[in-house]
Design a binder for this molecule. Structure first.
Ligand code: GLC
Length: 584
């Protein structure tokens, strides 16, 4: 570095250092944790395709969301995460982006987006965009050019294996029927890499030009005023381009190997310097792996991201070696609780976690983690809401769960739309597997269950839109819908609002120390939250039967802050799916 540049750099960083110190006085909420808006926020996830269709084409759109802004505001949430709205051929519903700086035609145009952003901001709601940075669509200009010739200026925006070197070293692909991550391209006589479907070529982050283009694009959205990013498949962006054989420990665990590329964190730190640090953003990564790995994304000292998803709890209870096949014997509840406790302790000193039970890659939480029978749907929906909003982590709450929507449970493969399911179906079929069993499992776990249209009212298509919707509306919309629940003060919807208010009014629910109690209880999730002398006790009976709980705490003098029955249980028992929060 030249001396003048060095001096400039020193003066500049000193100014920045001191201005940050004075601006962000470390207001410690508890040992270890600094207050931040995104720690205190409840994020509501909107899958735009399925939220509200304004033009009758059967697909939700931005104008549709605009027409529901007041509803969203009424929930009391602080931020929304929008699944991808960029131009896309939609083979993976927007996760195959063909133009990062334009809006998908089915969803509207940039003018609609600007209005939507303003509409949210006018209501004090922040907006997080989905950023898909590991791959783009094969229809993106970069790939269209790259695939023409090895001399194309975009050739090195992707990973290629020249065919003259023979077959490429094996790489797995998640959305490929042959589970093979390389696809041959005739014009260049080479194979391109795709960890996801063959229409989702992986971007070559080793190329600094690509990285600069990405940062520029991200700054475009930040300059528009978006408030954060949910980073799709971010853990996979760095690859070892010597393409060594997959290590032995890989053994099908793609999160472990693919999520640990040699320059992963260098790239994220560079992104932080070039983009994230310049704005007041909330960032959350899909970050696979164990605690030490995931902590690297969110440890403040490393200057990378704010939050990460933990997949361990959400993927729990599936049979090993099979695609999302629920264990017919249920899941080990005691172990599941310990996973949450483990991930809570991971972020006590550094970093911050997320709490979610559903999203667009998951089935409906009511079916998977609660009980969607008429007898228990209400209670268990409220119980899950209590759980999500009482943990020490930022809650990400999926649209429709506030009214207790449940899985649609398709009978036939033809009813599904999802590339992931269809790929896996073909794989089971090719191996001569049991397709009936596969489809039974998918009634519980497939992603399309979480993507059916929002149930607004009892009119045609549940008020989602006039045209035939891209996925059918769940047949129970006449009883399960927003309009009906607005009128009922005891509805799931109003319980959700109440629970959000409770979290807002009680810092202890955000920052308070978390302690798991009655750890070996096979039915009840019990924990305390403590902050500055205030102590809350959360009791959640995850079973459809009366159970006993033994926390060792006398709740006799406790005040009930919220509960999902008209008369709460007293003492050591809980009613089916009962949820209670006491202030002790
Ligand atoms: C992420 C998205 C998922 C998508 C995949 C490929 O896991 O959440 O919906 O299919 O990445 O982009």
């Amino acid at each position: 570095m030249k001396p003048t540049i060095k001096i400039f750099f020193f003066v500049f960083s000193t100014i920045i250092f001191f201005s940050c110190k004075t601006k962000n006085k470390p207001a410690r909420a508890d040992a270890g944790t600094e207050r931040k808006w995104w720690k205190e926020a409840t994020v509501y996830q909107i899958y735009p395709r399925s939220f509200q269709d304004s033009d009758g084409d059967g697909v939700g759109d931005l104008k549709g969301i605009i027409s529901r802004l007041d509803y969203i505001k009424s929930l009391g949430i602080d931020a929304v995460w929008l699944n991808p709205v960029y131009e896309s051929p939609n083979k993976d519903n927007g996760y195959d982006i063909s133009d990062y700086q334009n809006i998908m035609k089915q969803f509207g145009n940039m003018d609609d987006f600007d209005k939507l952003l303003k509409g949210f901001h006018d209501r004090g709601i922040k907006v997080m965009m989905d950023m898909v940075l590991n791959h783009c669509s094969d229809q993106h200009k970069w790939f269209q050019e790259a695939k023409k010739s090895r001399n194309s200026e975009y050739y090195n925006y992707f990973h290629w294996w020249p065919a003259e070197k023979g077959e490429p070293p094996y790489r797995w692909s998640i959305f490929d029927e042959k589970a093979y991550g390389w696809e041959f391209n005739k014009a260049t006589n080479s194979y391109y890499l795709h960890y996801f479907a063959d229409f989702q070529p992986d971007l070559n982050w080793e190329n600094p030009q690509l990285r600069q283009d990405i940062y520029k694009m991200m700054r475009y959205w930040c300059d528009k005023g978006v408030d954060g990013f949910r980073m799709d498949a971010l853990a996979f962006i760095s690859k070892d381009t010597t393409w060594p054989p997959l290590p032995k420990e890989y053994n099908g665990n793609w999160g472990l190997y693919y999520a640990s590329g040699p320059y992963l964190h260098d790239y994220i730190q560079e992104m932080n310097r070039e983009v994230l640090s310049k704005y007041n953003l909330a960032t959350v990564a899909e970050a696979m792996g164990d605690i030490p790995r995931v902590k690297m994304f969110v440890d403040e000292d490393r200057k990378e991201l704010n939050m990460a998803y933990n997949f361990e709890a959400i993927d729990f209870g599936y049979l090993p070696g099979e695609y999302k096949m629920p264990d017919p014997n249920g899941y080990d509840f005691v172990k599941w609780k310990s996973i949450y406790a483990k991930w809570d302790s991971a972020f006590v000193e550094k970093g911050w976690g997320t709490m979610y039970l559903a999203n667009h890659d998951q089935p409906r939480m009511l079916t998977r983690w609660g009980n969607d029978t008429p007898e228990f749907r209400d209670y268990s929906s409220k119980l899950l809401t209590t759980f999500i909003l009482s943990m020490r982590a930022t809650p990400f709450y999926y649209f429709g769960d506030e009214i207790g929507m449940n899985n649609i449970k398709f009978e036939k493969v033809e009813q599904y739309n999802d590339v992931e399911l269809l790929t896996n179906y073909e794989q089971v079929k090719a191996k001569g597997g049991d397709l009936k069993r596969f489809l039974e499992g998918m009634k519980i776990s497939s992603r399309d269950n979480g993507r059916t249209p929002m149930q607004w009212d009892t009119t045609t298509n549940a008020g989602f839109g006039n045209g035939k919707s891209w996925l059918p509306v769940n047949g129970n919309y006449k009883t399960i819908n927003v309009a009906a629940q607005e009128k009922d003060e005891n509805s799931c919807l109003n319980y959700f609002r109440k629970m959000i208010r409770l979290r807002k009014d009680n810092d202890v629910l955000v920052y308070g120390k978390y302690t798991l109690l009655d750890k070996t209880n096979p039915d009840v999730f019990a924990y305390t939250r403590e902050l500055n002398g205030k102590k809350l006790l959360v009791l959640l009976n995850f079973r459809g039967k009366i159970t006993s709980v033994n926390t060792g705490i006398d709740v006799g003098n406790g005040e009930i802050l919220i509960n999902n029955y008209s008369t709460p249980s007293a003492g050591g028992t809980l009613k089916p799916y009962e949820a209670i929060i006491y202030q002790l």
